[in-house]
Design a protein around this ligand. Structure first.
Ligand code: FMN
Ligand code: SF4
Length: 505
C-alpha cells in the first residue's frame, strides 16, 4: 500500500508533516507494511493535508486529514473524497504544466521519466537551435511572469546574438500577492523546470543557467538544489546532456527579498551581486543581460511549460486557448474564497465562472465585491466585469491585466479606499528609487488618498493626475502599474472614496 502525503509548504503549513509522522507511527504499531511518499500538492489547498491512499485500485483522496484521523484512514473507515481525478475542482482542469505535480515523488527522476518527463528534452536534442526556437514560437507561449511577451521572439533574439557565452535565467522571485504557482511547481515537480531550462539553453546556445529564487521559499530552495544535484548525477545536466555531447549546467541563487528584484533588469543586477535597481532598456537583457552577455530571462511557469510543448508538439499546445492567448493559464485563487488553490485551464474561461463557480464564491458567504487579478499592481475587477474572458487581450480591454495570474477575492466588507492606499504604500516601500514619479509620486499618492479619506474631494482630481504622471513617467511597471489598483478602486467604487466626506459633514 502506498500513502501519499504532500511535502508542499502550503500542505506543511496545514499540518502535513504531523500527518506523515502519524501514518508511519501507526503503521509501525500495527506491523503494517506501507510506503509513505511525500508528493507535491494537487493544488486544492482547502483540502490540505490531502492524503492519497493507493491500494492498487487508483488513488483515493482524504482531506483535510488530521493526525487523529490516521487510525481510521488505515482501517479504511475514514470518509473519503473518492479518486482525486474525480473531485470536481480537479476534474475540470487541463493540466499540462502541472500534469505531474502531486502525482509523482518530486525528487525521483525515475518517477519523472515514467510520467513523460525528459521526452521533450530527448526530442529537442535531435533539433537545431533554430528548430527549437521555432517550436516555442509556434506554440504561441507567452511569458507567464507578467508582461506576456512572446517567448519565441525573446529566444530568437538571444539565438541571433553573437557572444562567447549566453545564459538562461529563471525568474523565481514570485512576489505578487496571491501567487504561488512558481513555488508549487518547484516544490512539486522540480525536474520540469530543469528540463525546460536545458531545452532553452539548447535552443539559444546557452550553456549555463541560474534560478533566481526568493529567500522566503526555503522549501523550494532545498528541493531545487537537491533536484539539480540529482539531474547532474544522472547526466541530465553537465558537460554531456543525456550523452549528446552538448553542455548545460545550472545553479540556484537566492535573492534577498525585494519586490522590485522580480523585475528582470533589477534581478540581473542582484544576481551579479549589485544593488537591485532597475536598468534602463535598451539594451535588452536578450542582448546584454547577465554579466553583459545575451540572456533569456523567463518566469518559472514559462520555462516549466517548455517540456510539455516538446513532448506533445507546438500544435497540441497552441490548440488550447483563445485569440493570441494560447495554451493554459495556471490560475492561483486566493483571498476570501471557499475553494482556493491552483487551477490550470485553457485561456478563455470567464472571470465570473472562475470566482463564483470554480472557487465557490467567498469563504465568508458574503457577496463578492472585487477581485484583484494580476498581483499588487493589478486592477480591482468588480462583478460587472465578470464576463471578461481570462486572456491577455480580453483583460486588457476590460482595464485589467492577467500578470502572473494571481486572483485575490474580496467580499463586500472590503474598503476600497484602504486597498488603494495600500497599493500606493506598497509602491512607496518597494520602489527602487531610480525615477521620480515612482519614488516621490507614491509617497505623495498615500498623502493624497489620506486627504480624500479626510473628506477633501478636490484631492480626487489630484490623485487622478498623479496616477497619469506615474503611468507615463515611470521607468518600470512598479511605478507605471500602481495606478491600476488605485484608479480601478476609484472608478468602480466611488462611494468608498466619498463615504468619509459624508461622515464628516
Ligand atoms: C516590479 C516588477 C516585479 C516583477 N516580478 C516578477 C516576478 O516575481 N517573477 C517574474 O517571473 N516576473 C516578474 N516581473 C516581470 C519580469 O520583469 C519579466 O518580464 C519576466 O521575468 C520575463 O519572463 P517571462 O517572459 O517568462 O514572463 C516583474 C516585473 C516588474 C516590473
Ligand atoms: S518605476 Fe519605481 S521601481 Fe521602477 S525604476 Fe522607477 S523607481 Fe525603480
Amino acid at each position: 500500500m502506498k500513502v501519499y502525503v504532500p511535502m508542499d509548504s502550503a500542505a506543511k503549513a496545514l499540518g502535513a508533516d504531523a500527518v506523515a509522522e502519524a501514518v508511519v507511527a501507526e503503521a509501525a504499531r500495527r506491523g503494517m507494511t506501507l510506503e509513505v511518499i511525500r508528493n507535491g500538492t494537487r493544488g486544492m489547498i482547502w483540502l490540505e493535508p490531502l492524503v492519497e491512499v493507493d491500494t492498487g485500485a487508483g488513488r483515493q483522496a482524504y482531506g483535510p486529514v488530521a493526525p487523529g484521523d490516521v487510525p481510521a484512514l488505515l482501517d479504511g473507515t475514514l470518509p473519503g473524497l473518492g479518486r482525486v481525478e474525480d473531485i470536481a475542482f480537479f476534474a475540470r482542469q487541463t493540466r499540462l504544466t502541472f500534469a505531474r505535480c502531486g502525482v509523482t515523488d518530486p525528487l525521483s527522476l525515475d518517477d519523472y521519466a515514467a510520467h513523460g518527463g525528459l521526452a521533450g528534452l530527448r526530442r529537442a536534442l535531435g533539433m537545431t537551435g533554430a528548430q527549437i526556437v521555432a517550436e516555442v514560437t509556434d506554440s504561441g507561449l507567452r511569458g507567464r511572469g507578467g508582461a506576456g511577451f512572446p517567448t519565441g521572439i525573446k529566444w530568437n533574439t538571444v539565438l541571433g546574438a553573437v557572444a562567447d557565452q549566453k545564459y538562461i535565467v529563471c525568474n523565481a522571485d514570485e512576489g505578487d500577492s496571491g501567487t504561488f504557482a512558481d513555488r508549487m511547481l518547484m516544490e512539486g515537480d522540480p525536474f520540469t523546470l530543469i528540463e525546460g531550462m536545458v531545452i532553452a539553453g539548447l535552443g539559444v546556445g546557452a550553456s549555463r543557467g541560474y534560478v533566481y529564487l526568493r529567500s522566503e521559499y526555503p522549501d523550494a530552495i532545498s528541493v531545487m538544489n537537491a533536484a539539480v544535484q540529482i539531474a547532474r548525477g544522472a547526466g541530465v545536466l553537465g558537460p554531456d546532456v543525456l550523452g549528446s555531447g552538448r553542455a548545460f549546467d545550472m545553479e540556484i541563487r537566492v535573492g534577498a527579498g525585494a519586490y522590485v528584484c522580480g523585475e528582470e533588469t533589477a534581478l540581473l543586477n542582484s544576481l551579479e551581486g549589485k544593488r537591485g535597481v532597475v536598468r534602463a532598456k535598451p539594451p535588452l537583457p536578450a542582448l546584454e543581460g547577465f554579466l553583459g552577455k545575451p540572456t533569456v530571462v523567463n518566469n518559472v511557469i514559462s520555462l516549466a511549460t517548455v517540456p510539455v510543448i516538446f513532448e506533445k508538439g507546438a500544435a497540441f499546445y497552441a490548440g488550447f486557448g483563445l485569440g493570441r492567448s494560447r495554451g493554459t493559464v495556471t490560475l492561483q485563487i486566493a483571498g476570501n474564497v471557499a475553494r482556493g488553490g491552483l487551477f490550470e485551464t485553457a485561456f478563455g474561461m470567464s472571470l465570473g465562472e472562475l470566482v463564483l463557480d470554480v472557487a465557490g464564491g467567498t469563504a465568508s458567504g458574503r457577496a463578492v465585491k472585487a477581485v484583484q487579478v494580476g498581483g499588487p499592481l493589478g486592477a480591482y475587477m468588480p462583478p460587472a466585469t465578470f464576463d471578461t474572458a481570462l486572456g491577455y487581450e480580453d483583460l486588457d480591454a476590460a482595464g485589467g491585466l492577467i500578470g502572473h495570474a494571481g486572483v485575490v477575492v474580496f467580499d463586500d466588507t472590503a474598503d476600497m479606499l484602504g486597498l488603494a492606499r495600500f497599493a500606493m504604500e506598497f509602491c512607496a516601500v518597494e520602489s527602487c528609487g531610480k525615477c521620480t514619479p515612482c519614488r516621490i509620486g507614491a509617497v505623495r499618492g498615500v498623502e493624497t488618498i489620506d486627504r480624500i479619506a479626510r473628506g477633501d474631494a478636490e484631492a480626487i482630481s489630484l490623485l487622478t493626475d498623479l496616477c497619469e504622471t506615474m503611468k507615463d513617467g515611470s521607468l518600470c511597471a512598479l511605478g507605471g502599474f500602481t495606478p491600476y489598483p488605485v484608479m480601478s478602486a476609484l472608478t468602480h467604487f466611488p462611494k468608498d472614496f466619498a463615504r468619509r466626506k459624508e461622515a464628516a459633514e
